[in-house]
Design a protein around this ligand. Structure first.
Ligand SMILES: Cc1cc2nc3c(=O)[nH]c(=O)nc-3n(C[C@H](O)[C@H](O)[C@H](O)COP(=O)(O)OP(=O)(O)OC[C@H]3O[C@@H](n4cnc5c(N)ncnc54)[C@H](O)[C@@H]3O)c2cc1C
Length: 442
């Protein structure tokens, strides 16, 4: 007899564990499936992630991270030190998040999802686990990271990260990012974990397989004249860890009843330091989608919301990464840098609006998805749905019809700051509604 749940979450990395916990907090019956095999490694955790964890009562997870450390950067002629990141011991961090999910009422299965036997938007999923158990659920969240299967893959130049625990002369405390002709290197020393060094090279730039090839590639990288012998006396403890690290759009469309989150939706280039933030913010964004769908809401809303976020994140991250690689003009002749500075195009990284218009968007309101008009302005290229708690369309209508005094003064000041003291002119509203329909069918 299969165990039945509202939601099955496959993968208990940061995205899956966080989503499972948030759904349980919202009263949903959740099972989290993860084999608990995170390999020991260090990553950087930014203050935005720390802030969300504190806000959600997950201070315990920060016990797996250091205090914020200084980061030295040697990139694009810069040689500077800035307030940096916390160093997080990922195996401890992930285990704490899963434990917290368990304590919040999530059922945890410490095994792998072997197969999705059945996936039907009406009736849900039937899953077979590696230990032979069968589970059914109305929805499945796919949080298997880069191991999630992907039908449509859009990706840029692919990067291979090779990392390990350093032995030999001590590294200075803090973290360090450095550009070199063959790629870039991140090194860090965390008091409990010890020194860690990670190189990022072109994925095709590895001949052979296994530990011997990885060690040889690491040796070649650290022998570059750039380092002037700095790593000559260093070795590595234990095996090196190789991971695919390029930006990948794995699942651009929502195919219900499965909702991909984190790396299973868009796998992020580590150069951005954005991966953990995306994992957790995409898990947070999945909650209103799940609640809306379980209450019988329109699946088209969930599909539009998902696509906007996931595809938008992929292209934004692609262009932010490109701009960062382009800064390294001295290294531009080397193949690693030339390929990354040229992809994906020359468009700006962030949305730009040169007009003012209303557009229909799916937004989160009261932890549910709603189709609402948002106002796009040059100051708000991503769109604004509410001003001081008032739907922006209602505010515009009030201002236009002369019933201004009923709107909060602060909301009116906001309209003035956008150059719209009397709302949008009739003509502009009509034109932009047409524009909206055209954009939606495009
Ligand atoms: C080399 C490298 C360095 C990085 N450095 C940073 C950094 O410094 N800062 C940062 O913010 N981000 C960094 N990232 C990105 C960050 O690691 C990821 O974005 C983040 O881990 C994504 O979280 P996730 O939960 O989506 O996936 P993962 O963390 O990959 O978790 C997936 C989980 O699914 C489980 N799983 C897999 N298959 C199955 C299955 N069949 N059944 C059940 N469970 C399964 C896995 O065991 C794992 O626990 C780095 C990435 C790489 C590759």
């Amino acid at each position: 007899m299969a165990a039945c749940f509202d939601v099955a979450v496959a993968g208990g990395g940061p995205a899956g564990a966080f989503a499972a916990r948030e759904l349980a907090r919202a009263g949903i019956d959740v099972v989290l499936i993860d084999p608990a095999t995170t390999r020991p490694r260090l990553e950087g955790l930014g203050e935005r992630v720390a802030h969300i964890l504190k806000q959600k009562g997950l201070e315990d997870a920060l016990q797996a991270a250091s205090a914020p450390m200084r980061r030295s950067v040697r990139w694009a002629g810069l040689n500077e030190t800035a307030n940096g990141e916390r160093l997080v011991r990922r195996h401890d961090f992930d285990a704490t998040l899963r434990q917290s999910a368990l304590e919040t009422g999530v059922t945890v299965r410490t095994t792998r999802l072997r197969r999705i036997e059945k996936a039907d938007p009406e009736t849900g999923v039937t899953l077979t686990l590696a230990d032979g158990e069968t589970i059914t659920a109305k929805l499945m969240i796919d949080a298997r990271g880069r191991q999630a299967p992907s039908t449509t893959r859009q990706k840029g130049p692919q990067t291979l990260a090779i990392a390990g625990r350093l032995s030999g002369p001590a590294l200075p405390s803090g973290t360090r990012v450095e550009a070199t002709p063959q790629g870039w290197v991140w090194s860090a020393a965390e008091p409990e974990f010890g020194p860690w060094l990670q190189i990022c090279i072109d994925a095709d730039d590895l001949s052979g397989a296994g530990q011997t090839a990885l060690k040889e590639r690491m040796r070649t990288f650290l022998a570059q004249p750039h380092f002037a012998g700095r790593f000559d006396a260093c070795g590595f403890e234990g095996d090196l860890l190789a991971r695919s690290a390029g930006l990948v759009l794995s699942a651009p469309e929502l195919s219900l009843p499965v909702l991909p989150i984190g790396d299973a939706a868009v796998a992020i280039d580590p150069l951005s330091g954005h991966g953990l933030f995306w994992a957790i913010s995409s898990a947070l964004a999945a909650v209103p989608s799940v609640l809306t769908l379980l209450e019988g809401g329109d699946p088209v809303l969930a599909a539009r919301f998902y696509r906007h976020r996931v595809v938008g994140t992929f292209w934004r991250q692609a262009r932010i990464g490109r701009d960062f690689y382009r800064l390294e003009t001295d290294l531009a002749v080397h193949p690693f840098w030339a390929a990354r500075a040229a992809w994906p195009d020359n468009k700006p990284a962030h949305a730009v609006a040169d007009d003012i218009r209303l557009e229909r968007r799916v937004i989160v309101d009261g932890n549910r998805l709603r189709d609402r008009e948002v106002l796009i302005t040059p100051q708000d290229p991503e769109g604004v749905a509410f001003v001081c708690g008032l739907p922006v369309r209602d505010l515009l209508d009030l201002s236009r019809t002369g019933a201004k005094e009923t709107a909060p003064a602060e909301a009116l000041r906001w309209l003035e700051s956008r150059g719209l003291p009397s709302g949008l002119p009739d003509q502009s509203l009509k034109t932009n509604q047409t524009h909206t329909r055209m954009r939606e069918t495009a």
